[in-house]
Design a protein around this ligand. Sequence first.
Ligand SMILES: [Zn+2]
Length: 346
Amino acid sequence: MNSTNDTFIRAELISFARDPGDGDKPEPGSLEHYGDGLLWLKGQHIHAIGHFAELSPSLPKGADVLNYRDKLIMPGFIDTHVHYVQLDIMASYGRQLLDWLNDYTFPEECRFADHAHAETLSNAFLDEMLRAGTTTAQVFGSSHPGAMDAFFNACQKRRLRMLAGKVLMDRNAPDALLDGATGIADSERLIEDWHGNGRLGYSLTPRFAPTSTKKQMDAAGALLRNDPTLWLQTHLAENSGELDWVADLFPGSRDYLAVYEEAGLVGPRSTFAHGIHLDNGMRKRLADRGANIAFALALIFSWAAAYLTEKRPNRPAWHLPLPAISAQVPTYRASERLKQRTKWAS
Ligand SMILES: [Zn+2]
């Protein structure tokens, strides 16, 4: 019989003690593995973890040990780039980024002006994340501040560690999604309410350079300078059409990354999604500032699938690695949801 506070689980365990480094194999001491391990919880916190043979003598007499010896238990996955507001359109067919935005993303995000819809999708998104084993993420919302309140509330109820932000977007999108002069003030209000509230953090979220004016990006940079505990997330160099568009919109900037540098958005708490078309100069500048790139494998699979189904006589034989990442699981589930919706609509 255990005290009501204690839980003992016997299973194969993996734990991460520190940064595994950049090599092919984790640095010694960074990955802890217990083939026959014991996880000892007191309330909702880990009290001890180790080899069953070593820890078991210290268990209270008559401890009731849950047996999961045929299972692997490990810390939750972390998704560094995901849009909760795109749950219902994930895995939709899109030839190019800009088609994807116009055909799917923007119409879908307009629905998040409705608070009840934002609440429903926040809960569905978090349920899918948890079902896939993802317990922490950096999350884009829509441009509606209320949709972020709904999301943060849903996270708070589950006591999750999440970074998230309202999309800043004051041009080149449907009027219903543009935040204009209120975007920065709404972000400040959300920061006040949610940043550091429980396990939540705020990530400033200009969607990407084409949909924010220089003025809006500069204002986001000022917020970052004023509070070094904030994070920043945006997109960078996902496809070549986007690169051309940025060059047209910002003729005075030497390249795409410079647009963000000039606004003060590039630093160790900044995450740039995709970063596919970067030259070595941009890669080095990102590394020098300690900034981060988030690769979205699910998205690459979706577009690669579209690419591979096109008839091309000289198509190169691609080998796509398929690591077991959690992000794929919600993608496939969302694809099913989409199919169902399409069925209902037809
Ligand atoms: Zn994205």
